[in-house]
Design a protein around this ligand. Structure first.
Ligand code: ADP
Ligand code: MG
Length: 697
């Protein structure tokens, strides 16, 4: 057995009971796990405080003085020992409940001691229980300058594994580990980035000599962590590409050409042309495509997807477009069928609300190969939906589909289809690199010409009358208005009340017969929602009051005002999505963010970001900085939240270096046959995760 894989139970001082606790509480199973259980901070032993200036809120203080007045109090098991520590500024009580005899004998008067511990307030005076004590002139005190502090739990502390107990174990383990902590990275990388060896980095993180040493060593461990995450993704991708053949779409055929020449009334933007080319290249590479298409709302992603769909059809395949909501699926269906009108392409819609007989008919025709494009919600990945020849899949607004759902698509055809994942919630570069290491990425970073940036204004409740006046003005010019209320699932009833109250005040302000108002919320059934949406879309109503159900994709070019109530309660990406509902036609559009007078710091920051920029990528960066990756949509099931050390926000340059290194290594040595890459091959053999991923995405 490898040293680092030795069960922790065998370490002297651990044993079965503590081993079980270490596993349960800290996920420490082996020697290696304990070695990688790093301190979260250090005490600078030379940073001595005086007793008078001691702050009792500090978790740990370092004092220097002499010890006198030792007394044992009580008897038997409840005996305790107290003593006074004195420096030039005052004195403080030290107290012990265990090991009393030994302490009594070893502490001498007239000797200077370094005393460290957590001060606590007990019966109105401060003491330190079980302090760590060293002679000020002892050799160890000058050796260890930074004392590692490990986090622990109540259960562990009860078994003697407070920070000091853990430190004792790691210290012992590090002594045994000499020469037995294997390197995991290729030597060439260590050289290239001047990294310390793994063994050295680990030792230094536990017992550093300087803050600089800590930084360098932690960087090495972060690099390693990100490197192997990338290796998982990228190796899986290489492996998948070698194992599976992708459909070959050589032809640019009749349907594509007729659509392009006869139906398209505008030029593609440069960005759209570039992305179509990228996808085209994938489609004739012989490999299966897995591509992420990012672009702001309205940048023309759907159109790109449609062009690629036609390529698939011209090459004898079926295509499938998945949308996250029924409203969106409907909308795609209507737009796409009308755009393809006359081209002899069979487009069908499959959603949960179809009647069983209609569903059955569609499934039948799908399996026969009579349907060219199937558009739908999750309904399309149900088990009994089978295609005859599915060659291309578009997944719209990817963050609402989990990896597993995507995986189901693979079983729908003889050969895995090409997959294009579209998202209008741009993902910051670092995040995309980490999260979608296995997807290729295309970006549409340009809006079609003639679009005017949406003017964004922050208003407080006291300006409401002005806002109503502005709305009235826009409506008199023939425009339409959205008024959106937050919807947070935990308090759905309260939100519904907010919405209904809001609706009533809007109705009072904009009365019939001059004004018609639509209302849409999550409690309505989909027929009622569609009916109201339809009225607004056709211009029969001027105002749409709703919850965030209209967040994604709804397209009403005549709408020029988006009022967002309680805007401080929305996340940045959601605000950006909502704002994307306006500014879709040629008119100047406005987004009005309504908030109360009092805002939290992060609320204020979000509103300011929205007012300052319309660039989805900048907003995504700001969102990531404000909230951290944990709160970003769609990241919950992803590996990046399990990162131990690295932080994809602040460690961007390490993310990049790790990704590039993996790319370079796999390009030069795809089977990892070089001796220098032997570690990596070993890692992959052990790590089944990589292969599992390969099957999924
Ligand atoms: P997205 O899916 O990125 O939100 P869409 O593909 O739905 O964007 O396009 C938004 C609107 O812009 C649609 O009405 C579409 O017809 C139009 N559009 C797309 N590309 C162009 C272009 N190159 N020039 C002008 N209008 C375009
Ligand atoms: Mg769209």
């Amino acid at each position: 057995m490898l040293f680092v894989e030795t069960p922790i139970e065998f370490l002297k001082g651990v044993g079965p009971a503590r081993a079980q606790l270490l596993q349960r509480e800290l996920n420490i199973y082996t020697y290696g796990d304990l070695l990688e259980y790093f301190p979260y901070r250090y005490i600078d032993r030379s940073n001595i405080t005086t007793i008078r200036n001691m702050n009792i809120d500090e978790p740990y203080v370092v004092l220097r003085g002499r010890i006198h007045d030792m007394h044992s109090i009580g008897s038997g098991r409840s005996t305790r020992l107290t003593a006074q520590l004195q420096d030039d500024t005052g004195q403080i009580e030290l107290v012990w409940f265990q090991g009393i005899k030994w302490i009594k004998e070893s502490l001498k008067p007239d000797v200077d001691y370094i005393v460290m511990g957590k001060p606590t307030l007990f019966n109105d005076h401060i003491n330190i229980a079980h302090p760590d004590i060293d002679r000020a002139d002892s050799p160890t005190s000058s050796n260890i300058k930074y004392i590692p502090i490990y986090s622990s739990t109540e259960k562990l502390k009860a078994k003697g594994l407070h920070t000091k107990g853990i430190a004792r174990l790691t210290e012992q383990l590090l002594r045994m580990a000499e020469g037995r902590i294997p390197e995991t990275l290729p030597a060439s990388l260590i050289q290239k980035y001047h990294l310390p060896s793994r063994a050295n980095a680990i030792e230094v993180i536990h017992y550093p000599n300087s803050p600089h040493d800590i930084t360098v060593s932690i960087q090495r461990m972060k690099f390693e962590e990100l490197f192997f995450l990338q290796l998982d993704y990228q190796y899986a991708k290489h492996d998948r590409q070698r194992r599976t053949n992708g459909y070959l779409f050589h032809i640019i055929g009749e349907k594509f050409n007729r659509f392009y020449n006869e139906k398209l009334s505008f030029e593609l933007t440069r960005a759209q042309k570039r992305v179509v080319k990228e996808i085209r290249a994938d489609m004739k590479s012989g490999h299966q495509m897995n591509r992420l298409l990012q672009g702001d709302v309205g940048s023309g992603k759907t159109l790109v997807a449609l062009l690629c769909t036609l390529i698939a059809i011209d090459n004898g395949c079926q295509a499938c477009i998945m949308a996250p909501t029924e409203i969106l699926a409907n909308q795609h269906y209507n737009n796409i069928s009308s755009m393809l009108n006359g081209l002899n392409v069979d487009v069908e819609l499959l959603t949960g609300s179809l009647k069983p007989t209609e569903k059955r008919k569609i499934k039948q025709r799908l399996a026969n190969g009579d349907i060219d494009i199937l558009i739908g919600t999750h309904a399309v990945i149900e088990k009994d939906v089978q295609f005859s020849n599915l060659g291309f899949v578009v997944i719209d607004e990817q963050h609402r589909f989990g990896v597993e759902q995507r995986a189901k698509l693979w079983t729908k055809s003889k050969q895995p289809p090409h997959v294009l994942v579209m998202t209008a919630t741009p993902i910051p570069r670092t995040l995309a690199m980490t999260l979608y290491g296995d997807l290729d990425c295309s970006i549409i970073d340009e809006l079609p010409p003639g679009r005017k940036a949406v003017k964004t204004i922050h208003c407080t409740d006291s300006q409401r009358l002005k806002v109503f006046g502005f709305i009235r003005d826009q409506i008199s010019k023939g425009r339409q208005v959205y008024i959106v209320y937050p919807l947070i699932e935990e308090s759905e009833t309260m939100d519904l009340k907010d919405l209904m109250d809001g609706y009533e005040s809007v109705v009072r302000e904009f009365p019939l017969p001059d004004y018609q108002i639509s209302i849409v919320h999550g409690r309505m059934d989909s027929a009622a929602k569609d009916y109201e949406m339809g009225r607004f879309k056709r211009g029969e109503t001027q105002i749409m009051v709703s919850t965030t159900v209209i967040e994604v994709g709804v397209d009403v070019p005549n709408a020029t005002v988006m009022v967002i109530e309680n805007a401080e309660r929305f996340g940045l990406s959601q605000l950006h999505q909502l704002r994307g509902r306006v500014g879709r036609g040629g008119e100047q559009s406005y987004c009005i963010l309504m908030t109360g007078n009092k805002l939290s710091n992060s609320g204020r920051e979000r509103i300011k970001t929205m007012v300052d920029t319309c660039d989805g990528f900048r907003i995504a960066e700001a969102d990531l900085k404000l909230r951290g990756p944990g709160d970003l949509q769609g990241l919950q099931q992803s590996g990046i939240l399990q990162l131990k050390l690295a932080d994809i926000v602040s460690d961007e340059s390490i993310v990049r270096a790790a990704r590039e290194s993996v790319q370079e290594i796999l390009d030069n040595d795809p089977d990892l046959q070089n001796i220098d890459n032997a570690n990596l091959r070993l890692y992959l053999q052990k790590n089944k995760r990589a292969l599992a991923w390969g099957r999924i995405s």
